[in-house]
Design a protein around this ligand. Structure first.
Ligand code: ADP
Length: 624
């Protein structure tokens, strides 16, 4: 450890500087939250000490009662938050209060818009923590001594939140941390007992340690302001919705209210309490595989670890909350958790609980469920691959865009779809596309639209796996309408390879000859109404959307050629059929294919050739 006696001046990491600037501006109207953040840090510090003391009881020394004390001074314009928790060493202090450890922070900060309300939302879900002190303070001093270190190894940190901080080794006889805020002009309300106490009751009542408030320098017999019992240990009927919401904000570091929660005590063979929340906003690092996830884990009310990811499957990684077990050993480690047999049973129970909570939400609050789906639907769908045992429950919770609803939003359930199936319809039809606009305008839909048959429009990259793993729903198989073989109700069997193929053989052969390097086959289509042509793939081929995705991720995919289908009654095809000029026949055939490819979202292999042909054709129109 580096040690120096005199104060040393260090610069904040660039991200911290940016965060400080943005935060002070965008969170000003929520400025009081700084106290919640500091108390939450103090409570975490006490939790951590209690945990380390399981192995090393001597860390508690002659100060075993953990608590949080708040002192204020109207004269000095200060508020001080003190804890006798774990404290920080010099190196920890420099790391914790000089940098932001979360990866992706720089990217996140780029998303700031300058719109105060939007930014407040964004920055709130990021979790601002200690740095929020600078919303109300122009000078902050942290004095801390890590449990187990000597009095002379304490450290003092000071900053005006502008760009630098100083750090200095000091003597300190108390263990833990003391954070003093020198309040800005106009913020002295936070140095008043009444204001402080009401904030504690509002935000920090559920903290599991006593929080006391006193005027600076007053004696020790001050009163405990909060109820100081961990919220999840109380019975459901004793906890108000507001308390549940505040507790969520503490465990999740999120500013917004959760969508819903589920609080349960399980007794019997296994004894544990769970409090699970569904957030209403998407964390900025949802797609970062290394981002911390999981539940806060306690054993008999002793905090064991943050981000215990073993209690829920990966597809439920957005769930926040607390698990408190009465059976698991206090000294359990991450690795031991992984192998613990009890855990498998708890994990499946908690998974079911989460799915039930979502089911309830879907039934009761459809707007909230829509918010859930918008934020987490894509993650949730991974469950079909990851959690086969709950396939049916998951399937009922899925939401899709469909031809039924022109909003393009994913709002339709599979049950909705079944209820609208036409007479004789045996399949659930779907179309894969890169985005909703491409899907909704696809030529593949024409015949089905005419017949009044609904089609699910699947545009998330994961969707092809979704249908593959579902296979069927309520006995109805899924059918991709961009496949060569497609049977529709009331049609005379398979749409392709029917008599009309035979009837138009000379034309088909002629087109095939021209396009022989570009298509597998040319067939007469019965799925088209308004468009002259479309491309489809054989039943066992990769869908073109998947092919593009794999190629984009650098994987080599075996080359295949699409099947071209032409709409025999379309005037363009009729004209082609009567075309005597071989060159013109060749050009128009190629353009038909190019247009069919473009319509499904494919890129042309030779766009320049297409442009040349098109230009030529346009010139000919002009000269006719
Ligand atoms: P967060 O609490 O979200 O991690 P903060 O910026 O509030 O972010 O704090 C950064 C880190 O500083 C914490 O993770 C913790 O390790 C440390 N820290 C903050 N306050 C205290 C405290 N009172 N006692 C001990 N460590 C603390």
């Amino acid at each position: 450890m580096t040690k120096s006696k005199g104060p040393e001046t260090l610069g904040f990491q660039t991200e911290v500087r940016q965060l400080l600037k943005l935060m002070i501006h965008s969170l000003y109207s929520n400025k009081e939250i700084f106290l919640r953040e500091l108390i939450s840090n103090a409570s975490d510090a006490a939790d951590r000490l209690r945990f380390e003391a399981i192995e090393s009881p001597e860390l508690l020394g002659d100060d075993p009662d953990l608590g949080i004390r708040i002192e204020y001074s109207g004269d000095d314009k200060t508020i001080t938050v003190m804890d006798n928790g774990i404290g920080m060493s010099r190196d920890e202090l420099i790391d914790n209060l000089g940098t932001i450890a979360r990866s992706g922070t720089a990217d996140f900060l780029q998303h700031m818009t300058g719109d105060e309300q939007k930014d407040a939302q964004l920055i709130g879900q990021f979790g601002v923590g200690f740095y929020s002190s600078f919303i109300v303070a122009d000078r902050v001093i942290v004095e801390t001594r890590r449990a187990g270190l000597k009095d002379g190894e304490a450290v003092r940190w000071e900053s005006d939140g502008q760009g630098e901080f100083t750090i200095e080794t000091i003597e300190r006889s108390e263990r833990g941390t003391r954070v003093t805020l020198h309040l800005k002009e106009g913020e002295t309300e936070f140095a008043e007992a009444f204001r402080i106490e009401s904030l504690i009751r509002k935000y920090s009542d559920h903290i599991g340690f006593p929080v006391t408030v006193a005027a600076a320098g007053a004696s020790d017999d001050d009163k405990v302001v909060n109820s100081a019992t961990a919220l999840w240990t109380r019975s459901r009927s004793d906890v108000s919705d507001d308390e549940y919401k505040e507790f969520y904000k503490q465990v999740s570091h999120d500013f917004s209210d959760p969508l819903c929660w589920s609080h349960n005590h399980v007794e019997g063979k296994r004894d544990y309490t769970s409090l699970l929340y569904i957030p209403s906003t998407q964390p900025f690092d949802l797609w970062n595989r290394e981002a911390p996830r999981g539940l806060k884990f306690y054993v008999k009310r002793v905090f064991i670890m943050d981000d215990a990811e073993q209690f829920l499957p990966l597809y439920l990684r957005f769930v926040k909350g607390v698990i408190d077990s009465s059976d698991l050993p206090l000294n359990i480690s991450r690795e031991m958790l992984q192998q613990n047999a009890e855990l498998t049973a708890m994990r499946s129970a908690l998974t079911r609980r989460t799915l039930d909570m979502l089911k309830k939400l879907a039934k009761k609050e459809s707007a909230d469920y829509a918010a859930f789906w918008e934020n987490f639907g894509t993650v949730f769908k991974e469950g079909l691959v990851e959690d086969h045992s709950n396939k049916d429950k998951i399937a009922k919770l899925l939401r899709f865009a469909s031809t039924q609803d022109s909003s393009g939003k994913q709002t339709q359930t599979l049950d909705d779809y079944l209820s609208r199936m036409t007479d004789g319809q045996e399949k659930i039809y779907y179309l894969l596309a890169d985005n909703y606009a491409t899907a909704a305008a696809s030529p593949h839909l024409e015949q089905l639209r005419d017949k009044g048959i609904e089609v699910l429009l699947l545009t998330d990259p994961i969707d092809s796996w979704v249908v593959e793993h579902l296979m069927e729903f309520d006995g109805k198989a899924f059918a991709d309408i961009a496949r060569e073989q497609l049977s529709l109700p009331d049609s005379d069997g398979e749409i392709t390879r029917d008599a009309s193929n035979e009837e138009h053989k000379p034309l088909l052969k002629k087109i095939k000859k021209v396009l022989k390097d570009r298509v597998e086959a040319v067939n007469v289509s019965r799925r088209l109404v308004d468009s002259p042509a479309c491309v489809v793939s054989a039943a066992d081929e990769l869908a073109p959307q998947i092919r593009r995705m794999l190629e984009a991720s650098g994987q080599s995919v075996p080359a295949t050629k699409p099947i071209l289908e032409i709409n025999i009654g379309h005037p363009l095809v009729e004209r082609l059929s009567g075309e005597k000029d071989d060159t013109r026949f060749n050009e128009v055939s190629n353009i038909l294919l190019d247009h069919a490819l473009l319509a499904e979202g494919s890129q042309l292999e030779n766009p320049a050739a297409y442009v040349r042909r098109m230009n030529q054709l346009l010139l000919e129109i002009g000269s006719d």
